[in-house]
Design a protein. Sequence first.
Length: 564
Amino acid sequence: MNPSKAKQNESLDFIRKIITEDVKNNKYNRQIMTRFPPEPNGYLHIGHAKSIYLNFGVAEEFNGICNLRYDDTDPEKESMEYVESIQEDVRWLGFDWEDRLYFASDYFEQLYKFAVELIKAGKAYICDLSVEEIKEQRGTSDKPGIESPFRNRSVEENLDLFERMRKGEFKDGSRVLRAKIDMSSPNMLIRDPIMYRIKRVPHYRTGDEWVIYPSYDYTHGQSDAIEGITHSLCSLEFETHRPLYNWYRDQLLSLNMLKYCPEQIEFSRLNLTYTVMSKRRLLELVKKRIVSGWDDPRMPTLSGLRRRGFPPAAIRSFLDKVGISKRENYIDLSLLESCVREELDKKCNRVMAVLRPLKVIIQNYPEGKIEELEAPNHPKDSSMGSRKIPFSRTLYIEQDDFLEDPPRKFYRLSPGREVRLRYAYYIKCVGLVKDETGEIKEVHVTYDPETKGGFAPDGRKVKATLHWVAADQAVRAEARLYDRLFLKENPLEDADFLKTINPQSLDVVTCLGEPSLAGASPGSRYQFERLGYFCVDSVDSSPENLVFNRTITLRDTWSRIKKS
């Protein structure tokens, strides 16, 4: 079932209001159709999730359909790897395009024929200026452009040259096809934009069939029209492109080359603090090996978030809270993190694990004895069952949970102090052992056998409860502790955004976990009690070598980190 939420009981955003009116007035006299049109030149990030959720969501809400179409017009940057990753991401978010998978490259022949008709109508011409010369003659925002000396070529000459461009008679970059619109338009994009370039680069789908490729602006709108899209929903940076979108559409409609008349509507893109939303810059992080790849759990890519353990339901909940508007703004990353915690809290089994182990020896506990203690898998949901945890004379606790000389308001274990072990007993520190460097190797304690289950029959209270694992039965694993990749809210404020990289965005430790974690399958999620939510890594983990990614901490500690 498609997870998009119906908006019947909510105030409609401006896009849904437009579509509601269009349906009411039967503007299109047919089914509502949207599309998600990624360029297969990189992995999708969470900003794309907003477009996926909107396009598939409104299609479902208005009993319409949504296509998945790749706008694959730049073979230098595109690949099947990106095509496949995009499909995986869309499915992971919970959406299905059924049999409506399309590629702009499927329309190359039709787009070429459209261009021929525009040439015949005197609306396009072959220009011999280089791309650099075209840029120079385009003018500025307060200065009109200069018309190309080739703008008034005859229709016959333009048709001949265009056909010869297709046959590969000219060198790369020697000629282009330009639309003949208005070199004095205040909108720079209208000043005779390039429609086709000569580029001898094999296409990942069409191979060497084409040596000329259409521009994105020319291809996108015509692909919408060919597919019968009613509402072309784009992010706000395409607002200045809309007059060009409409110009191509209207010219071809007037020539009876198109049947459908799609409408472009823009909405604000998703901008998150402490990250970048640009495939070009994300690719830079990958190429410079600042991250391990597109699916590095520190990346805002959907594959990275999936590998880190973010549930798709949390992303959908986050997008519901963000909403749809025309106003550009930055959304605080903590809102997404809050949605992740809320979702994981409901579904994750609780377990105990120690990230930085410190040995504890219970002096009055019998040697060789092992008892099994009962622990619920979830404190709020008894239907999730329980598990047995072994308890023995030698345990491990977190190094941070012991201080030899504690400051005021430190309530965890220290000499002479009594604390509770989760699901087990009260223990009291009676001594410690240090190595030759003065580092604490062992903490010696006694336990009160009358406090089994963590409660004292005499009613005495302790101020701290610690998690722990039994030494001999512990499962060894690698834990990757992830933090925000950038130190600044807006990394792009710096001329070199790479200088804002957080050097502590990844810390790798060897941890010890309770036996129930043995053989945990990739993608499994848990709450390590007191430590955060963790996910078994889908790439590097195996039953013999467990690897856990910290999905998120139990609470937002970033404000404290920034001030420290």
